[in-house]
Design a protein around this ligand. Structure first.
Ligand SMILES: [Zn+2]
Length: 304
């Protein structure tokens, strides 16, 4: 088994747009507001299907059921555990909180002044927040950040969060279903006040890494959590990267191009593609065009 990539699943959203085509080369349906491209998922009904090669047409759960050890390095893993997406927020999303889901956002593009809403301002406790919900002043409780492209934010479970308008991000998260809408900017969609209040961790803060400009040939650590780690790799044209077998990793290609040989086929890594490198595979990846990639590995809480 060699590196595998999957067909993306596009999601139309009222807050979405067409930026994933321009930025990542996605072939989006014309005229549709695409908010999300699900890159790798075994979540609910949204099952990623292998795009090419010997497993073309097979979905991720079936692949895991047959080849758990080869893909993950362990027998009997029935759930992939992680979900990978690209998001295009043309408009602000509702403010949410999850009881168990941990997420990371890597900023691909941010218009000047675009905002992330991460956590609550200093001093906002449950009592304050409940009063703000009742008075319709939740906005004043939310901590705001103006993110820059290349930054990465880690959102632990229990943290209130929303993407503001004019942001494009890569999102890596644990696949957990439950989401409560805390606040919808007075747009009228239902909110789950009581469940949100029970879920919000009023002390939670986002983790942030702002890696300096990267010299080609380096790896930089963006996230290191119990659930997953993320590194950013930048390599110049003509570099060769050695991958040792032993641990599954997922590459989200943000810029550039590469390829590798597996038996008698060539696997391409292109901008906007998400590629699964199974644990059983080791080999060489040849860079064809300077490449920037997010590399995610499962953490200790997911392995096993
Ligand atoms: Zn979320």
């Amino acid at each position: 088994m060699g590196p595998i990539y999957f067909r993306e699943i596009f999601k139309e959203k009222i807050w979405g747009g067409q930026n994933l085509g321009r930025l990542l080369g996605k072939k989006l349906p014309a005229g549709k507001k695409i908010g999300e491209s699900w890159e790798l998922s075994d979540f609910g009904q949204d099952l990623s299907v292998v795009a090419e090669g010997e497993f073309a047409g097979v979905d991720l759960p079936s692949l895991l059921a047959e080849h758990s050890r080869q893909i993950t390095g362990c027998e009997g893993v029935s759930q992939f555990g992680l979900l990978f997406k690209f998001l295009d927020a043309v408009e602000t999303l509702s403010v949410q909180v999850h009881p168990r889901k941990h997420e990371a956002w890597y900023i691909l593009e941010a218009r000047p002044g675009a905002k992330l809403y991460l956590g609550l301002k200093e001093g906002v406790d449950r009592r304050h927040f409940e009063a703000a919900v009742a008075e319709g002043t939740v906005e004043q409780c939310l901590a705001e950040i103006e993110p820059q492209p290349g930054q990465c934010y880690y959102l632990p479970a229990g943290l209130t969060h929303a993407l503001g308008a004019d942001l494009v991000v890569a999102e890596i998260q644990t696949s957990e279903q439950i989401t409560y809408r805390v606040y919808d900017w007075q747009r009228g969609r239902p909110i789950q006040v009581r469940l949100s209040l029970e879920t919000i961790n009023f002390q939670a803060r986002a983790g942030q890494t702002s890696p300096p400009a990267q010299q080609p040939g380096q790896l930089q650590r963006l996230v290191d959590s119990d659930y997953f780690s993320i590194e950013r790799g930048v390599w110049p044209s003509d570099a060769t990267i050695e991958i040792a077998a032993g641990q599954m990793q997922v590459w989200m290609v943000l810029e550039g191009k590469a390829h590798c040989r597996y038996q008698d086929t060539t696997v391409q890594f292109e901008r906007g593609q998400t590629v699964l490198l199974p644990a059983c595979w080791g080999g060489e990846i040849q860079i064809d065009e300077q490449m920037c990639v997010l590399i995610t590995k499962p953490g200790v809480r997911l392995e096993a």
